[in-house]
Design a protein around this ligand. Structure first.
Ligand SMILES: Cc1cc2nc3c(=O)[nH]c(=O)nc-3n(C[C@H](O)[C@H](O)[C@H](O)COP(=O)(O)OP(=O)(O)OC[C@H]3O[C@@H](n4cnc5c(N)ncnc54)[C@H](O)[C@@H]3O)c2cc1C
Ligand code: SF4
Length: 339
């Protein structure tokens, strides 16, 4: 870790003033990711701006138009266990609780979750080439040990995946990200927040330097009747997703009126395919239709030496999770697994 100065701010405007200008001015929230990045010299900071005292960004509030606002500094744990979220957005609760460990969720913040960096082994190993850490140096994963890597949306420069669970649910729910920066406030649709690697894998998302996330808005529709989050991983706790699926359905009289399916662990951003969701509209919710949707989602998927298994795994996970969404009561706390 290099030497840096440390300052605390109590408003979003102060945070923007403190970080603006120098690319080595960095924000710290829960510290569960940035502290490791600093310790391993993957990120270097001259100034660390602690945004934890910004009280206005540490709550959950109802929006007039019917949705809910999640403060960027509210912790993942407090968000998952908030009664409004449990009742109206159980898909989000379930996805958050599938992530990390209780200790980490108690520290990790909602804004930090969106900004967490990839878990590609080579990104954390400074003795190996990595275009994300050191642009132009090469990608060690493409011909290396790429078991956890992308099968969709990758580029010849980077095949890393974005590791968040929470963000898979936020993508499925069509959340919006509220941002404050030197040029004022702006809002990004969740689908526009994270980026594919392309030629610039060093840039994870569309937040500009000097900007901070202040909150995340959930629209009114929470799919609380038919939802499910499934995470396939090597251990049942404290492990990142090999593949994860968030599904939400609006089903009326036995017919799907609206479908949402988002995948995690397969690409550089949470993955949604509109054609697959459109295919399910006005169809019966059954294995055959979910299987067809899974094929549409995985069209064009490409595996590498160690991760090709993820293509079939993802298809099966989609079908299983969509079927589980038809039995949401089986996912309530204390319920016995039904599949
Ligand atoms: C062992 C381990 C296992 C984990 N497993 C999982 C898992 O299974 N699933 C999962 O989803 N996550 C997992 N995580 C990741 C964890 O969820 C993230 O580290 C956490 O959400 C980051 O939040 P934070 O507040 O601690 O961010 P910090 O570490 O404080 O910051 C992370 C980054 O976000 C930036 N940042 C923070 N807040 C803001 C803001 N408001 N505006 C702009 N930039 C901001 C910081 O500058 C930094 O670049 C795991 C982490 C660890 C250490
Ligand atoms: S996959 Fe991306 S993060 Fe991993 S080594 Fe290649 S460039 Fe680096």
């Amino acid at each position: 870790m290099n030497n840096f100065s440390y300052t605390k701010v109590s408003t979003a405007d102060q945070a923007v003033l403190e970080i603006n200008g120098d690319i080595r001015n960095k924000i710290v929230a829960g510290g569960t990711n940035i502290n490791d990045l600093l310790k391993y010299f993957i990120t270097k900071a001259d100034k660390l701006v602690d945004i934890n005292p910004i009280i206005e960004n540490n709550s959950i509030t109802r929006l007039e138009e019917g949705g809910v606002r999640l403060g960027a500094l509210h912790t993942n744990a407090a968000t998952a266990y908030d009664p409004i979220i449990e009742e109206r957005y159980p898909l989000l609760s379930k996805a958050i609780l599938a992530g990390a460990s209780a200790q980490i969720r108690n520290m990790a913040t909602n804004g930090g979750n969106l900004m967490q960096r990839t878990r590609c082994y080579y990104f954390y190993d400074t003795s190996t080439p990595c275009n994300k850490r050191d642009p132009g140096s090469g990608c060690s994963a493409i011909k290396g040990y790429n078991r956890i890597h992308a099968i969709l949306g990758q580029s010849e420069n980077c095949i890393a995946v974005f590791p968040s669970d929470m963000c898979v649910a936020l993508a499925a729910l069509d959340a919006k990200v509220n941002i404050n920066g030197p040029e004022g406030e702006r809002v990004l649709a969740f689908a526009e927040f994270h980026r594919l690697p392309g030629d610039t894998p060093n840039i994870d998302n569309n937040l500009k330097h000097g900007e901070i996330i202040t909150s995340i808005d959930l629209p009114e529709k929470g799919f609380e009747k038919n939802y499910s989050y499934l995470k396939i991983r090597d251990r049942s706790s404290y492990s990142f997703a090999l593949v994860s699926v968030a599904s939400g359905f609006d089903i009326q009289n036995g017919i799907i009126k609206e479908a949402r399916i988002a995948l995690g662990g397969v690409a550089h951003k949470p993955w949604r395919v509109k054609e697959a969701e459109d295919f399910l509209k006005d169809k019966e919710p059954n294995r055959e239709n979910f299987s067809q949707a899974a094929h549409i989602i995985l069209e064009g998927a490409k595996g590498y030496e160690h991760n090709s298994f993820k293509i079939e795994l993802a298809k099966r996970a989609i079908v299983r999770n969509c079927l589980m969404a038809l039995m949401p009561d089986s996912q309530r706390p204390g319920a016995k697994p039904s599949l």
